[in-house]
Design a protein around this ligand. Structure first.
Ligand SMILES: [Zn+2]
Ligand SMILES: [Zn+2]
Length: 159
């Protein structure tokens, strides 16, 4: 048997709290499932198939999904909040954030080894009595385009 897909998991979450999977909710979910990067509300709205769903209803859907913990907010550097499916609805991953253009790219998988995570957990548990249940890692730098542009600029400045 295959495990239930993210869409049916969210449908179950919604039903559990007395929400229906309305057309806007289904479409917002489909956009998020298809996207390889966190999206702003406006970005989700732009990608909707049904042009009659307005931005306000995208926002309402986002709030419902946030309350169900089906979404998580990614801190972009400045600018609008962006949203993506929360673990474990999406695969566990982290973000590469460009500090020049603000682009966010998914980094598949987790660069933190199990051994490191266990050690951090043990240490924090002992020193702070804090139990870690998940983690978030942002790698901030320059994307390929901005890095190339920066190198060209630096090269031009040289006499
Ligand atoms: Zn960039
Ligand atoms: Zn991780």
């Amino acid at each position: 048997m295959r495990p239930p897909g993210p869409r049916s998991t969210v449908t179950a979450l919604l039903a559990d709290r007395g929400y229906r999977l309305t057309a806007p909710r289904r479409q917002v979910l489909d956009v998020l499932l298809a996207s390889g990067t966190p999206l702003s509300a406006a970005g989700i709205h732009r990608r909707l198939e049904n042009r009659r769903i307005n931005l306000a209803s995208v926002y309402r859907t986002i709030y419902v999904l946030l309350r169900l913990e089906a979404l998580r907010v990614t801190d972009a550097i400045g600018g609008e909040q962006r949203f993506e499916l929360a673990d474990p609805l999406g695969a566990h991953h982290h973000h590469l954030i460009c500090q020049d253009c603000g682009r966010i790219e998914d980094l598949e998988g987790c660069p933190l080894e199990e051994r490191v995570l266990r050690a951090v957990n043990r240490r924090v548990r002992r020193s702070r009595r804090f139990r870690i249940v998940q983690h978030d890692l942002r790698l901030i730098g320059a994307c390929a385009d901005c890095d190339r542009a920066g190198r060209r600029r630096r090269a031009r400045r040289r006499p």
